[in-house]
Design a protein around this ligand. Structure first.
Ligand code: DQA
Length: 137
């Protein structure tokens, strides 16, 4: 089982960024916990602040990996290009968000990813990633 976690803009700042919303754990620390928890899964992680790099990564892994866990962050609410990439690949995508985007500003209620995703998990903090991985097992 080969899974790729793809994180979008500003998620490299997890741990420092708005800790009241996103918590105080860095993604690197959390990723190490995930690797320990799911030793049977070949788990990889990619982060970029650049829309085109996220699309390139989705295309690169989207015909060979078993699953993608995608937190497109702010691009979720703006990117037709990432939404199209998700629809254009064969690998199933689970859309995740750390926060409950529906409890937040109206612009966060729109997702260009959801209609192409296999499922959506949001609002469970970093545990959203764990639940997404479990959905593939
Ligand atoms: C987020 C929610 C987005 O609205 C926001 O732009 C993010 C993170 C989340 O994981 O809760 O950067 O995707």
């Amino acid at each position: 089982m080969k899974l790729m976690i793809i994180n979008g803009p500003n998620l490299n700042l997890l741990g420092k960024r708005e800790p009241e919303v996103y918590g105080s754990t860095t993604f690197e620390d959390y990723f190490a916990q995930l690797q320990q928890k799911f030793p049977e899964v070949e788990l990889e992680y990619f982060q970029s602040n650049i829309e085109g790099e996220l699309i390139d990564k989705i295309q690169e892994v989207g015909f060979s990996y078993d699953g993608i866990v995608l937190n497109a962050a702010a691009y979720t609410h703006t990117s037709v290009g990432i939404g199209d990439a998700v629809k254009g690949i064969e690998t199933p995508v689970i859309e995740v968000h750390i926060s409950n985007t529906f409890k937040r500003e109206d612009f966060r209620h729109v997702s260009y990813i959801s209609s192409g995703a296999k499922g959506v998990i949001l609002g469970f903090g970093l545990q959203s990633y764990d639940l997404a991985i479990q959905s593939f097992l």
